[in-house]
Design a binder for this molecule. Structure first.
Ligand SMILES: Cc1cc2nc3c(=O)[nH]c(=O)nc-3n(C[C@H](O)[C@H](O)[C@H](O)COP(=O)(O)O)c2cc1C
Length: 415
């Protein structure tokens, strides 16, 4: 998930520093290139050796240790994101006032990509008016603050100040790495609107919260023999974006994916159409997004042994139809369920989509134009139309799959 991404982790002198060892492992598990910069005080809480082993990189601390022509606070800025966790009240104060008196604060000052900070401290420190003013100042300067949680604190008291859950910090970093500033602006606008709506009534989030939502993703693989298979160009990114967005809105998400992936929600791998059909039938859901590109055909007689080149003088494969999962779900729809299908068309997109929604009987159909190279299959962007049973059509202009996912989900639940 994070291959090729350079994550700079900053650690300051707070008791929650020990938790960051696990956060580094979470990034490493996703193949990120992790570098760690610490304040001298952080080393009272966690050792350089531990951080070196976990990040598989040097750990940076000394500001005036300049082995090469480029000082380290400049070299470290060549990272895609800077996450400072835990961020002490002291370092927050320095950052908010433009102080750069150690390697971590100097790096932050020179850093051009997103900086996220996860404060953690005693509740008294958290409530301190100067600290809160400093945080406001950092927010205005574009820092993303991952708020601490309320609970039992290391100092023995109860209150707000616990480092945010590591999964939350991890998800935020991933979100920032995978979205553009424009995407995030739209999302934060949405979050704001959402808060306002929640204060009023009829927030659609309540319609999703704790709802069991099934999402399928990826292109199915149909075996030819033990090593070969028939598949398609679907990357699974659209389904994943939908599942992630639903999860962020509080849904109880189950992802049935054709590939292995780690997510904070339930994931079941089903590679072929038959496996997916079998799996989907066992899952109870309030809504389903059939985003997976399910192959229409499978090989009739799958060879138990690898087919030899010599056997295959002009090899013919006999194909038979796969089950139509979307149609099955629509035909067996229970009261209150919402069925959302996806179709990929290379010509006459709207006409074909209209035919398909009538034929399949689903509530909504999302139509993708796969004739274009810049969107759809295997791309990070998409442009889709969504049709409902009355054949109303809504277009979502070209945007990242994250934003398209948000558009589709919002549209369905706000209607
Ligand atoms: C045992 C102990 C635990 C501490 N825990 C925290 C903490 O959780 N959050 C915090 O802001 N400061 C905490 N402090 C105070 C900071 O270590 C102190 O303000 C220090 O100057 C921070 O330095 P730094 O920001 O350069 O890392 C703690 C101090 C001690 C002695």
């Amino acid at each position: 998930m994070l291959s090729g991404k350079r994550v700079l982790v900053g650690i300051t002198g707070g008791i929650a520093a020990y938790k960051i060892c696990e956060l580094i492992r979470m990034f490493k598990r996703q193949n990120a290139d992790v570098r760690v910069v610490v304040t001298p005080n952080a080393l009272n809480f966690v050792t350089k050796l531990t951080l070196q082993c976990l990040s598989q990189n040097d750990v940076y601390c000394e500001a005036f240790n300049v082995p090469e022509w480029k000082p380290e606070h400049i070299a470290l800025t060549e990272s895609d994101i800077f996450i400072i966790a835990p961020c002490s009240a002291n370092t927050i104060g320095k950052l908010a006032n433009g102080l750069a008196d150690n390697l971590l604060t100097s790096t932050a000052m020179a850093f051009k990509n997103p900086i996220l900070i996860a404060p953690a401290m005693n509740d008294g420190m958290w409530e301190n008016k100067i600290l809160q003013d400093n945080l406001e100042r950092l927010k205005k300067a574009g820092y993303e603050i991952i708020e601490p949680e309320t609970g039992f604190l290391a100092c023995g008291s109860q209150g707000k100040g616990r480092l945010a859950d590591l999964n939350k910090i991890f998800d935020k970093v991933v979100l920032f790495l995978n979205t553009s500033p424009i995407d995030r602006e739209v999302c934060s606008q949405f979050e704001m609107n959402e808060k306002i709506r929640k204060q009023n009534e009829g927030c659609y989030c309540e319609k999703i919260n704790n709802k069991k939502i099934l999402v399928t993703a990826g292109g199915t693989k149909e075996k030819i023999d033990p090593v070969r298979y028939i598949t398609n160009n679907s990357s699974g990114k659209m389904g994943l974006a939908i599942a992630d967005y639903l999860y962020s809105k509080g849904a109880d998400v189950t992802l049935v994916s054709t590939f292995e992936i780690e997510r904070p929600y339930k994931v079941t791998v089903a590679k072929s159409a038959d496996e997916m059909f079998k799996t989907v039938k066992t899952i109870d859901f309030d809504a389903v997004f059939m985003t997976a590109a399910v192959g229409d055909f499978k090989v009739k007689n799958v060879s138990e042994q690898k087919i030899k080149k010599t056997d295959g003088n002009g090899l013919n494969l006999e194909l038979e139809q796969n089950p139509d999962i979307l149609r099955y779900l629509a035909e067996n729809k229970k009261t209150g369920q919402t069925i959302v299908g996806f179709c990929a068309e290379s010509e006459n997109l709207i006409e074909n989509a209209k035919e398909k929604i009538k034929k399949k009987g689903c509530d909504y159909l999302v139509a993708n134009d796969i004739s274009r190279k810049d969107i759809g299959f295997d791309s990070n962007e998409n442009e889709v139309y969504i049709l409902d049973r009355e054949l109303n059509i809504k277009k979502f202009d070209k945007a990242s799959k994250t934003l398209i996912a948000k558009g589709i989900v919002d549209y369905i639940w706000q209607n």
